[in-house]
Write a new protein. Structure first.
Length: 252
């Protein structure tokens, strides 16, 4: 029964994550509920071992249908990985607890801004070209990659928001680019968890398969329904993140 619950949660997480990120909102709490005696690091590592595959397939499927700005995104992905390593190392020196109370407020500001700017992210009009776009995407990759390694919640949503607000992408193209950047930061974290022995490989395989199945379905729906659907999912995920992080920061 535990495996069945975890597998279903992984499929649902892959579905949500493939559209706009936030799959960790579903799979991680499920793993903590089903395996309460396990160490948090092991559950975090097992979660990454599943989600990295769903993100990989989503990025690949999107790249077949949506034009990827590879010259800017590949260096940014490399810096996202480097930032994630640096963040994971830094968290061994400094506690990230100060972010717990700040994060819900930041997410709430993101939600209000997105609701107020109803046209934001509906049209794909990149603001930068050439070297300027390279520097901008690299800054996003390094900064949010560091955050992912250091703390983590809402990484996908922050990638999408910055790509929409700062670089001028629409929500669909931002989601596609965010998959590549998030894949890099997740892969870096998975390497560290594997190195420390914090992955349940016997559970990783069924969770990864379920995550990929959910991811393929979510990607298809995003491509079929377009920008408006992705924007709506973004608002839902950010709202859920606000509730979850507020509970963690002020009520737990």
């Amino acid at each position: 029964m535990e495996l069945l619950i975890a597998t279903f949660a992984s499929a649902l997480a892959g579905f949500v994550d493939s559209i706009v990120g936030g799959g960790g909102l579903i799979l991680l709490p499920a793993l903590f509920a089903v395996y309460p005696a396990a160490t948090p690091a092991t559950l975090l590592g097992t979660n990454k071992s599943a989600s990295v595959w769903g993100t990989s397939f989503a990025a690949w499927q999107y790249s077949q249908r949506v034009s990827m700005r590879w010259r800017a995104l590949l260096p940014a992905a490399g810096l996202a990985m480097a930032g994630s390593f640096a963040g994971a190392w830094w968290v061994t020196l400094i506690s990230p607890d100060f972010l717990r109370r700040l994060l819900p407020l930041v997410l709430f500001a993101v939600l209000l801004y997105t609701l107020a700017r109803k046209d934001m992210g509906r049209h794909h009009r990149p603001r930068f070209e050439g070297r300027a776009e390279l520097w901008a995407t690299c800054a996003v990759g390094l900064t949010i990659g560091f955050y992912d390694g250091f703390f983590g919640p809402g990484t996908g949503s922050f990638f999408v928001f910055l790509l929409v607000r700062w670089l001028g992408y629409d929500f669909l193209n931002a989601s596609v680019a965010a998959k590549l950047l998030n894949l890099s930061s997740n892969a870096a974290a998975l390497v560290l968890f594997t190195w420390k022995g914090h992955v349940w490989w016997h559970l990783a395989l069924p969770l990864a398969m379920a995550n990929v199945a959910g991811s393929l379905l979510g990607t298809r729906m995003a491509l079929q329904h377009g920008v408006g659907f992705v924007r709506g999912m973004f608002l839902v995920v950010v709202s859920a993140l606000i509730c979850k992080t507020s509970y963690d920061a002020f009520l737990r």
